[in-house]
Design a protein around this ligand. Sequence first.
Ligand code: CA
Length: 237
Amino acid sequence: MNAKDVNPATGPRILVIEDEPTIIEFLRTGLGYEGYQVTIAPDGRTGFDLAGHQSFDLIILDLMLPDMDGFDVCRKLRERGNETPIIMLTARQEVADRVTGLNLGADDYITKPFSFDELVARIRALLRRQGKHPEQSILSVGDMVLNAETHEVSRAGEPITLTPTEFALLELFMRHPRRVFTRETLLNRVWGYDYAGDANVVDVHISHLREKIRDKPPRLIQTIYGVGYALHPEDDA
Ligand code: CA
């Protein structure tokens, strides 16, 4: 990623309480890229203290943490009257954990492994409920319109049916016209940090997406040889 591609962080403030270095890096980079101001706390105690002393718009809280686990952090924050929205991350699949988290005052939970887009969708939904999300839900580029809330896409007024992966790719491109995304970035953003398959999967999905949106040359979604893909609005030519 080029430094110039990184938005100056002026967006909503997010506190990430997480001890796993891979996920910390994934969230720091990805959320920063989206314009969020990210603060990291590597253990429960630090996270709890930070949340008590600074104001955040949202907290992403891991469940299994050193010092104080996610359940305790959540319960104690709520006991103290801290109403910052909390998304709990859990590596466990058990329904019981989710129910416990929600009972303790978390607003939402997401199960690891998760894709970046899945998490961002939850963040947006929560911030929108608080009236804090500046992001648009209806995007349009040329004659293509995408509604991020209803998951509807149309081109020249004709509805287009996309798979969730194709939709996520198109939304990412439409939110960042002209930005070049490498296959690696797309894998991270759409498939998730733990995706271990072949990067060619990106090419396959882009090819399907182009077909569905009837993307004929000069294409909207352009191949940047040796680098990746970028969406170029038609009036760019
Ligand atoms: Ca953990």
